[in-house]
Design a protein around this ligand. Structure first.
Ligand SMILES: Cc1cc2nc3c(=O)[nH]c(=O)nc-3n(C[C@H](O)[C@H](O)[C@H](O)COP(=O)(O)OP(=O)(O)OC[C@H]3O[C@@H](n4cnc5c(N)ncnc54)[C@H](O)[C@@H]3O)c2cc1C
Length: 412
């Protein structure tokens, strides 16, 4: 089977589905196929994350993350409410556990205010009133944080996008790309698609897809596994709402946090351990190609040189449980090793520049035949509806068609 279509979206996570939705809301006559290699939607990052709708606290004012997180978070809350996906505004605390972290807390408060986030400074006594089991010298109470279930958001997006007329195909990996005239031909096990434009939302594989499609991605993906533990039911009362540490400003990760889920369970994590496979959910998942890249690729070698101390500490905390528990106890001193049991992991698709820097902001690149999403780490789940609208807008401009509503384009 070979089909001519307008747009092929590669990847059925939140971004691929949200992009297909935006395309069809703006231009219902378009033929759009979403190709997902797994048997279900949101099988990777979108279904393995902390389920936090972030507020926009952390991001440098003016960055894409800052512009898309605040408005995107509100849009996500509304979407959940309208599509019967569980959602709850919980707020959260970011806690400084030592005086050396106070300048970092101040920077966050300034960034949050600049990004339109409601933040309130708490002293030790006020922390105890809100979270009696949490220890800290000061904290920020962040109002605009919510919890949801992003796996359910994927299902809602797939149902809605299918209803708008998208051809939704699971078990459909994009295997190769060739060109035929002004079309890109995508070969999959379920047939061939000849698309006017491809949209690469392939997450952990996005750099490889961009290269296979004939473009030269400026970044490569380094997978970072985030491991979770679950607090045993009798100790769930140790926190009421999400509690975060002050993050290391050198790293694009938020630090191990303690998060009550909407189903009542309480999760601790995720850490950030270099993974040895793109889908390296466990230590034993080792892909020789990935290991080869780590050894040969100057960018990844540069990254390893720059962050070896951090990497070694994270690996130790992953392998030596008392070290992990010691870190969690800085926030919640009463927590003990026997209160925690391993609870799965997610793998972040983190972009690295040619000179070995971790990329902080979202990266979306555009060519005459393609839009490639090359870095969409947290808070991309929060912002997915707005990122999808922005990508759709880029694609429609390339196709010379009007894009999503002006208000959404301006927010982007
Ligand atoms: C541990 C962890 C915690 C996080 N916590 C949060 C949080 O609390 N809040 C938040 O906002 N964000 C969070 N994030 C980030 C968020 O999950 C991601 O930014 C978001 O899910 C990215 O969505 P995506 O669609 O780009 O990627 P993905 O969900 O990874 O989707 C990519 C899809 O492409 C498919 N694919 C790949 N190659 C092919 C191919 N050749 N053919 C067809 N399909 C292909 C994959 O199977 C996959 O389904 C977290 C991420 C992790 C890993």
């Amino acid at each position: 089977m070979s089909r001519a279509i307008d747009v092929a979206v590669i990847g059925g996570g939140l971004l691929g589905l949200a992009t297909a939705r935006s395309l069809l809301r703006a231009q219902p006559q378009l033929s759009v196929a979403v190709l997902e290699k797994e048997a279900r939607w949101g099988a990777h990052q979108s279904g393995h994350n902390s389920n936090v709708i972030h507020s926009g606290l952390y991001y440098p004012p003016g960055s894409l993350k800052a512009r898309l997180a605040r408005a995107g978070g509100e849009a996500m809350i509304r979407y959940c409410e309208e599509h019967e996906v569980p959602v709850k505004r919980t707020g959260k605390l970011v806690v400084a556990t030592s005086t050396s972290q106070l300048p970092g807390l101040e920077t966050l408060a300034d960034r949050g205010r600049a990004n339109g986030v409601t933040v309130r400074r708490l002293n030790r006594a006020e922390i105890a009133e809100t979270e009696p089991h949490v220890a800290g010298v000061a904290a920020l109470a962040v109002a605009d944080t919510a919890m949801t279930d992003f796996g359910r958001v994927c299902q809602a997006l797939a149902a809605e996008t299918g209803g708008l007329g998208a051809d939704l195909l699971t078990g459909a990996p994009a295997l190769s790309f060739t060109t035929a005239g002004d079309r890109t031909v995508i070969r999959t096990p379920v047939g061939e698609f000849r698309a006017r434009i491809i949209i690469n939302c392939a997450g952990l594989h996005s750099d490889r897809i961009a290269a296979a499609a004939g473009d030269r991605p400026t970044v490569r993906i380094m997978p970072f596994r985030g491991e979770y533990a679950e607090v045993r039911p009798a100790r769930r009362g140790l926190v009421n709402n999400p509690v975060y540490p002050v993050p290391d400003p050198e790293l694009p990760f938020l630090g191990v946090h303690i998060t009550p889920m909407l189903d009542g369970s309480v999760h601790v994590g995720p850490n950030a351990v270099p993974a040895l496979a793109r889908q390296g959910y466990r230590w034993r998942d080792i892909d020789p190609r990935m290991v080869g890249e780590l050894l040969r690729d100057p960018a990844l070698r540069g990254l390893a040189r720059r962050f070896w101390r951090y990497g070694a500490a994270e690996i130790s905390r992953s392998l030596i449980r008392p070290l992990f528990v010691r870190d969690v106890r800085r926030l919640v001193p009463e927590i003990e090793s026997r209160d925690l049991r391993p609870h799965g992991s997610g793998v972040r698709a983190q972009a690295v520049t040619a000179d070995g820097q971790l990329v902080d902001d979202f990266v979306i690149s555009r060519t005459p035949r393609a839009v490639h999403v090359l870095n969409a780490p947290s808070p991309a789940a929060t912002s997915s509806l707005h990122i999808g609208a922005r990508i759709a807008s880029d694609a429609l401009e390339t196709l010379d068609l009007p894009g999503p509503a002006r208000s959404v384009r301006e927010a982007c």
